[in-house]
Design a protein around this ligand. Structure first.
Ligand code: UDP
Ligand code: MG
Length: 323
């Protein structure tokens, strides 16, 4: 594969008015440099996906598109969430490009490695993962929870690229493969490695957020991690079975103990152990029920076959033009 690539950069944006102009400028600079070096085609684009923002994000995107045809925009009709916005962006541009890079709007990921990603694509890689060298700019809390999360996922047999988030290049054929995954609960960093096409990594240092607040507060982060686990692993179900077995063994021991006490005539000793068992078994049951409920909830969501996102507008000055 030697010809220049038609590259689309897909940027999910949720209430990003504080960073958008600067982000657009910096990505544009990288694009222009690659154009100069004939790495990418003139028809390459930066596509902003407005994920139902409630601030001025869309009007900024609109202005950018009018000012320079290198920019394009997709407006989702409601806030579909980061993963759905990325996925929706990829699905929308799939037929227009040779390869697409997904990138957060806050530029925490170093865009100067984009040319390296494109070079790897031209060298025959279908998927190029952006991998963070170190996370010194993240808070200690975010860092430790992230490491714990990767370890946990690995332990449960989910194939993840360590320290890779959603900064990656995918060839058109890899995106087409992704389109075949019918699940609604998206966890892209687990799904993409499971495609299996030739892949490579590029390494970079993670930066501070340019401006604005993280759109992933603790609550969203936990629910994302939990989604990742329950969408990809049956280990929690096995844990329930194990816990059930352990509880049974404890119950048998308790029964033997109670019987011995009774034979010895110490019957008044029974109260504490009974109370203990009731609470213990009750706790285990509740926990198990909650977990099973989580899976049933997933099944429910999948079975509804709801659209993952709804596009309100797609503006691209390149529509229908050349190849
Ligand atoms: N984002 C989105 N929809 C959401 C939440 C976030 O499209 O519901 C986008 C956001 O605009 C950003 C990216 O997802 O481009 C990552 O979000 P953020 O930087 O806030 O997460 P963090 O880096 O703190 O984990
Ligand atoms: Mg961020």
């Amino acid at each position: 594969m030697d010809k220049t690539a038609k590259l689309y950069i897909v940027v999910p944006c949720y209430n990003e008015e504080a960073v958008l102009n600067e982000t657009a400028k910096q990505i544009r600079d990288v694009m222009l440099k690659m154009l100069d070096e004939r790495l990418i085609k003139d028809s390459s684009r930066v596509v902003f996906v407005d994920d139902g923002s409630t601030d001025d994000t869309w009007s900024i995107i609109d202005t950018l598109i009018n000012r320079d045809s290198i920019f394009a925009g997709i407006k989702l009709a409601h806030n579909a969430g980061h993963q759905n916005a990325v996925y929706g962006g990829l699905m929308t541009v799939m037929d227009d490009c040779d390869c697409a890079i997904t990138l957060d709007a806050d530029l925490q990921d170093d865009i100067s490695v984009i040319p390296e990603m494109v070079a790897k694509f031209r060298g025959g890689c279908d998927i190029v993962y952006g991998v963070r060298n170190k996370r010194t700019t993240d808070t200690v809390f975010k860092r430790t929870t992230a490491v714990a999360f990767y370890r946990l996922m690995q332990a449960m047999g989910v194939n993840l690229v360590f320290n890779h988030a959603d900064f990656r290049l995918m060839s058109r054929r890899a995106i087409e493969a992704l389109a075949k995954y019918p699940e609604r609960n998206l966890f892209l960093r687990g799904m993409v490695p499971s495609i299996g096409y030739p892949s490579a990594c590029v390494y970079y240092d993670r930066n501070e957020r340019l401006a604005g607040e993280s759109k992933y507060p603790l609550k969203k982060m936990l629910s994302f991690a939990f989604d990742g686990i329950t969408s990809f692993s049956v280990t929690p179900i096995r844990l329930i079975a194990l816990m059930g077995a352990a509880a049974c063994i404890i119950a048998i021991a308790m029964a033997v103990y109670t019987l011995v006490q009774k034979i010895n005539g110490n019957t008044s000793a029974g109260w504490a152990s009974i109370m203990l068992s009731i609470w213990f078994i009750g706790g285990v049951q509740l926990l198990s029920l909650g977990l099973i409920g989580e899976y049933i909830g997933k099944v429910y969501n999948e079975i509804k076959r709801r659209p993952r996102y709804i596009i309100e507008a797609y503006i691209n000055n390149d529509q229908g033009e050349e190849q």
